[in-house]
Design a protein around this ligand. Structure first.
Ligand code: GLN
Ligand code: ZN
Length: 766
């Protein structure tokens, strides 16, 4: 009898109906007492463990559950409370924990950033202010809880020391190794205590191993894990990687641990190739991530069993663990809640709970042979086939258009220089044109009206009238402020992806398909499940209406193909890039419709290009090339005199500056206010010779900027950028801001543009 086991790496925290989120927010609002809140949370946590046990998972993760974020949990476990929060020593209260994440009146929150290439954000630990100490053995606590309350012998999940320090800030590169070493005694204590308590397995996450790392880092892994193993020799450590392949395969699988966790889904086929080529150490367990932890499609059990059989040729069954490719944190909880989705699609979906069923089935299939799974295999194949053969996935026109693309260049008719002349002629804009990024405040009232309309309490006509009135109001406000290029304000949109998804073919929206984005904030990514096709104009009505009210140009506003792609769950039966091009082709039609209706400036937002970058440097080129192509496909068919804008909101541009140039947008606006200096520096080294607006003030706070500040920012930018190409704008959309502060800030911005024009004029006269 083989001993193949099933396992999970992490379970979604939020609950089937976002119970977790609601509990947190009620507590933050002061509506429930702390002990009641903690009781609610405990119930959710235990229920999740029970659910996994019921599904027959052998190694159930404990300690992966969090009140906010697992990186913050780790930092707090080591007493790393930034000095600006009140704390001296001893246990850290949940109030302090939340303060670090959310900030207080006196102290700003720690920053957050994206967890690898996901849309999950973690709180960046701040090292350097305090010596790390083990305040509480958190994994031990949750290990004991599961054992005592549910009789579950859980598998504690711990964020490994090397990844933890890599993700932290507050140190210099040459201090890295010494810092990691400081944490080792703390980790050894954690592991020793777990061993003494009877834990058998522990999962140490080191996803940094799936990025491009150096030889020195690999050596460090060896030292660190040698020590950890020696400290708790009875405990079986699974060194867990995910989200991509591991580069130094032979070294990694030889590390002194008892198990290696590899991702066989998002590795581009490299892990399995390495496994076949180099084999696998006979004294280790392979935790094989064969079910996609990042996407929501039902697994073809036949194919997955085949993969496992291939693996089995190298690693015998008694040393195999079947598991998802990563934590299930990144997928919604259960398909069962989705009552309104068409059966054809629903049958082909698999969220966290269904994925665990798949894990259990595959484990059974491996143990008892394929025959034991005959029926389940049939069902899975059939469900996928039905969707693949449905009309949703067989739009001939779209598929032919995609096939034709290999000969399609997607270039503007003329060079930027020539277009510039045509556009100057067409728009006659002043030096340093002022504009905004697209959205204006989405007030309570706007959201209320939309909700009423969605519920059918407001007729289409009444809703449209309401939106028009908002547009009119804001065109007048913008005229009065004196902006040069206006926008309609995006009042009709809840979300920049959802709005387009609802109007295009091929998208499905779920009711409860939430995933955690940061803290209690969840997002509900659309499912791109079919061929994406244009149905009818999506933005023409609002934009044309806005344009009819003013002599000044109004920019049309679209969301770019890569952003729509990266913020959705994407079908996996065709290449992601084909999906991106399908979206791009649909957007191209919208761009043309806008142009035909007299809209001559069109902005295609791509805030998500950067975050979609593959983890491996070797794979970035292909991705960026595809991203640039999709953008150009959407935007390049317009006349010379039509001005294409784009917008991105992040500031590490060095990595992708060449791709940004290659987009060939006439004007790009980018966020900089929070790191102005750095960005300017980037442009000293890389010239940019097309229209560009560096965000001159930060929209992430309600504060109205001072004139001198803005003028200073502008002047600094002008040291590295051509004044003739420079635009003045805030750094992102104003959707989340209040009306008064927005108007005031924009007035200051327009004034600063005027000041800069005057100064420049004086200088040239002199
Ligand atoms: N046009 C969008 C807006 O102004 C851009 C949003 C974004 O960059 N995320 O809201
Ligand atoms: Zn932005």
């Amino acid at each position: 009898m083989s001993k193949v086991k099933s396992s999970n790496l992490g379970y979604p925290r939020i609950g089937e109906k976002r119970e977790w989120k609601k509990a947190l927010e009620q507590f933050w609002a002061g509506n429930v007492e702390k002990d009641v809140f903690l009781k609610q949370i405990e119930e959710i946590r235990l229920q999740h463990l029970e659910k996994q046990a019921d599904k027959g998972i052998d190694l159930i993760p404990v300690g992966d559950f969090s009140l906010y974020d697992h990186v913050l949990d780790t930092a707090v476990m080591f007493g790393l409370v930034p000095r600006r929060f009140e704390y001296t020593e001893g246990p850290i209260s949940i109030e302090t924990y939340f303060d670090i994440a959310r900030g207080t009146k006196e102290a700003v929150a720690s920053t957050m950033t994206k967890w690898f290439n996901t849309n999950y954000h973690y709180i960046v630990p701040e090292l350097g202010e305090r010596e790390p100490v083990l305040v509480e053995n958190r994994p031990l606590h949750f290990y004991k809880e599961a054992k005592e309350k549910l009789n579950i012998n859980g598998k504690p999940v711990i964020l490994g020391p090397i990844t933890f320090v890599k993700l932290s800030k507050g140190y210099k590169e040459d201090e890295f190794k010494a810092l990691v070493e400081k944490f080792i005694p703390l980790y050894t204590t954690i592991l020793r205590e777990l061993q003494n308590e009877g834990a058998e397995w522990v999962q140490i996450d080191e996803p940094i191993l799936s990025t491009t790392i150096s030889k020195e880092d690999v050596a460090l892994f060896n030292d660190v894990y040698e020590t950890l193993h020696a400290a708790a020799p009875e405990l079986k450590i699974i060194l867990q990687t995910y989200f991509d392949s591991v580069d130094h395969y032979e070294e990694i699988v030889s590390l002194p641990v008892q198990g290696i966790g590899l991702d066989f889904i998002h590795d581009g086929g490299e892990n399995i190739a390495s496994l076949k080529k180099h084999g696998f150490p006979a004294d280790k367990v392979l935790a094989a991530g064969v079910i996609d932890g990042r996407n929501i499609w039902r697994a073809n059990l036949d194919e997955h069993l085949l993969t496992l059989n291939e693996i089995e040729e190298v690693v015998s069954k008694d040393r195999l663990i079947v598991q998802p490719s990563s934590s299930l944190l990144h997928v919604p909880v259960t398909v069962e809640s989705e009552e309104e989705i068409d059966q054809v699609l629903k049958g082909a979906l698999s969220f966290a709970d269904e994925k665990l069923n798949e894990i259990a089935l595959l484990t059974k299939g491996l143990k008892e042979g394929k025959e034991s799974l005959q029926e389940d295999i049939k069902v899975s194949i059939e469900a996928i086939k039905v969707l693949n053969q449905s009309t949703f996935r067989n739009n001939k026109a779209v598929q032919e258009a995609i096939q034709q693309l290999h000969t399609y260049k997607a270039e503007r008719q003329s060079t930027f220089k020539d277009r510039q002349i045509a556009q100057e002629e067409a728009f006659k804009l002043p030096l340093f044109p002022t504009t905004t990024i697209g959205s204006f405040p989405q007030t309570q009232e706007v959201r209320k009206q939309r909700l009423k309309w969605r519920k059918g309490e407001l007729t289409n006509e009444a809703y449209e009238n309401y939106i028009q009135a908002e547009i009119k109001k804001w065109i007048e406000i913008q005229e009065e402020i004196g902006l040069d290029v206006l926008v309609h304000g995006e009042f009709e949109r809840t979300d920049m992806v959802e709005y387009f998804g609802e109007k295009l073919d091929g998208f499905q929206f779920t009711k409860f398909g939430w995933v955690q984005s940061y803290g209690s904030r969840c997002v509900k990514p659309p499912l791109i499940y079919g061929d994406v096709a244009y149905q009818q104009a999506m933005t023409v009505q609002e934009t044309v209406y806005a344009q009819s009210l003013t002599e000044k140009p109004v920019k049309g506003m679209l969301t770019g193909p890569i952003t729509i792609l990266n913020w959705s769950f994407v079908r996996n039966d065709i290449s992601r890039y084909d999906v991106a091009n399908q979206i791009a082709l649909a957007l191209q039609k919208e761009v043309e419709a806008l142009e035909k209706n007299g809209i001559r400036m069109i902005q295609v937002d791509e805030p998500a290009i950067r975050e979609g970058l593959p983890l491996k440097e070797a794979k970035t080129e292909e991705y960026l090339k595809a991203a640039v192509y999709a953008f150009k496909l959407a935007t390049s068919s317009v006349q010379d005199s039509t001005q294409i804008h784009t917008h991105m909101c992040y500031s590490e541009f060095e990595k992708i500056i060449d791709a940004i140039k290659a987009l060939d947008a006439d004007v790009i606006s980018i966020e900089t206010s929070r790191s102005h200096g750095e960005l300017i520096h980037a442009f000293e080294e890389n010239t940019y010779n097309q229209g560009i607006g560096l965000g001159v003030y930060d929209i992430h706070s309600p504060r109205v900027p001072k004139l001198e500040e803005l003028t200073r920012n502008i002047n600094r930018a002008l040291q590295v950028l051509d004044p003739k190409l420079f635009w003045i704008n805030p750094d992102c959309g104003l959707k989340t801001r209040g009306i008064t502060e927005t108007v005031e800030a924009l007035k200051v911005m327009v004034e600063s543009a005027e000041k800069t024009r005057e100064t420049l004029l004086k200088e040239t006269v002199r």
